[in-house]
Ligand binder design. Sequence first.
Ligand code: MN
Length: 307
Amino acid sequence: MTNGNGTTLELIGAPTDIGASVRGAGMGPDALRVAGLPEALARQGFTVLDRGNLAGPATPWTAPTNGLRHLDEVIAWNRSVYAAVDTALGTGHVPLMLGGDHCLAIGSISAVAWHARKRRKKLRVVWLDAHSDVNTETTSPSGNLHGMPVSCLLGHGPAVLTGWSGERAALEHDAIRFIGIRSVDAEEKEAIRTLGLHVFDMRHIDEHGMRTTMTEALQDVGEDTHLHVSFDLDCLDPNIAPGVGTGVRGGPTYREMQLCMEMIADTGRLGSVDVVELNPALDVRNQTAEVAVELIESLFGKSTLVR
Ligand SMILES: [Mn+2]
């Protein structure tokens, strides 16, 4: 087992389903705590500060307006997330934003991008997901903002949700790598091609294996890189992770995901994490939260042998 090398991890709960299609993701942070996340990371030698849960507006479950659902509330939650992640990074801590649905990555990654730019670091985001989350208010079939965070971060979302990092785009198109993708809407396919996004879909993993895939995804990650992992639990196959709102068959296996996490840990450059879309209302005896905790342990360097 590794030791934490003096690193302080900060857990930031964002208990909301404000951008989701089904209810329940707001219980995600506490399910991760029940599954023992803080204790597991402390056992690895990290100092773990659990900041508790942020507060924000309730989810009204109203219909979309101009193609966007719950926009005001999404902004409010993301402002809180931005502020908490900004504070954590400002004190040299590694923030773990516990969602909540994936729209919260707008606030989280905008704060990360601002800090990376200030420190003249390259930013690399690894987006672990079944979906590419690159819809916009004009292409989204549902208006749910958890399907649009990537567009917002690339500067193509609604103006009120872009530019938070100090630049119109928090991320350049080549700063993000998608892993595990297997559900892409027709217009998203077009966007992926037009924007030139690097998407390692399930077929790529089938054909080349997780090892080659992650070697490609982590290429050029070096000393001067801030690595951010945005971990949507629906990336996992629903057989091992049933507790998600929008599960899609045919995801990576438990072992493939462990290898993915270990290879990220091996870079030594992990600087911030989102863990999102855990939906305890749809889970079975908290097993998805438990699998998440095991994978997060690997992400932070737990391995079977000393390597
Ligand atoms: Mn997602």
